[in-house]
Design a protein around this ligand. Structure first.
Ligand code: NAP
Length: 286
């Protein structure tokens, strides 16, 4: 019989971050007479974005931080969206800004991201912060999802140095920064994407397999190396249920450790956002 894989549960890591950040927020308030706060900006009516924004609002309030969700109408002009970002940049009550995507197609993602003040860019999407991550020249904010994935591996003592890691997905927000972070951890890294021929040839070799694609069940058990550590970043709603990019039931037969969806990488993203926002507040108040 094959032993059950180690479950890489992200919830204890989130609880740890909440406890740590709550205490630091109390100290911050005692020093500065005000709490750090996050602002979430979204445009339009995407239901998943709406749910996530409300979750962030609750989470930040639960640790004593401020939270504000700014929702612009689907038809908001580029000037209106950029104007809102600039207002948040200038607002002393806002320590961190999280922009939610997708945005309506008439708005340029790059223009919106470029408008965020790098010192409030708690999801690390601004090119200055991504450049600092690439060069290793800090201080920087690292995108919350991939950094949360690395923290999860640390939390469970999964070694990264000298391991062969395969990252499936090359977005600026998950795949590419994750590959850079794994490199910093001394892993040897391959990035796969939609034009990679014979994906399984790579995934089957991976000692660490990280998948951030947005296609439910793309990676099946027969694509996983025996004993691999599997990080599933996918968040897909199928028949009203949240599922990952990895077919959990077949992958768990072969993996040595695996994230559940939900409850794996998602909570760790939130843990990182809490810590990044606190850090932003501390930097801004220096
Ligand atoms: P994205 O920007 O759409 O990027 C998807 C990536 O997957 C692209 O690089 C694409 O390749 C690649 N891809 C698409 N089909 C593929 C295939 N058949 N084989 C191999 N690669 C393929 O998505 P994202 O923003 O990175 O998000 C990815 C997933 O993570 C989504 O489910 C999202 O909801 C989830 N997510 C989770 C968290 C969390 O907290 N866990 C946070 C953010 C996002 P090309 O570049 O060639 O198009």
């Amino acid at each position: 019989m094959i032993a059950a894989p180690l479950l890489l549960d992200g919830r204890p890591g989130l609880e740890q971050a909440r406890a740590e950040v709550s205490e630091a927020v109390r100290a911050f308030v005692a020093r500065h007479g005000r709490a750090p706060g996050i602002a979430v900006l979204r445009v339009g009516n995407d239901p998943a974005s709406d749910r996530y924004a409300r979750q962030i609002d609750r989470l930040f309030r639960s640790v004593g931080m401020g939270a504000r969700v700014v929702v612009l109408d689907e038809s908001a002009s580029p000037d209106a969206a950029l104007g809102e970002v600039r207002a948040l940049n200038a607002d002393a009550a806002v320590s961190g800004i999280l922009i939610q995507f997708p945005m309506p197609p008439h708005l340029s993602r790059d223009a919106v991201v470029d408008a965020v003040a790098p010192e409030k860019d708690v999801d690390g999407v601004h090119p200055l912060n991504l450049g600092r991550l690439l060069t290793g020249r800090g201080p920087t904010f690292i995108p919350a999802t991939p950094l949360g994935g690395i923290e999860l591996l640390r939390h469970y003592g999964c070694p990264m140095a000298r391991r062969y890691a395969v990252v499936v997905g090359r977005s600026e927000i998950v795949g590419k920064p994750l590959a850079l972070l794994l490199l910093q951890e001394q892993a040897t890294v391959t990035i796969c994407h939609s034009r990679t021929p014979d994906l399984a040839r790579f995934t089957r070799e991976a000692e660490i397999l990280a998948v951030a694609v947005g296609r439910p069940g793309l990676v099946r058990g027969d694509m996983v190396r025996e004993g691999a550590v599997v990080l599933d970043f996918g968040m897909n709603v199928v028949d009203g249920k949240l599922v990952g990019d990895v077919d959990y039931e077949s992958a768990r037969e072969r993996a040595g450790a695996i994230t559940p969806v939900p409850g794996g990488t998602g909570p760790m993203t939130n843990a990182t956002l809490l810590r990044n926002t606190l850090r932003a507040a501390e930097w801004l108040s220096r």
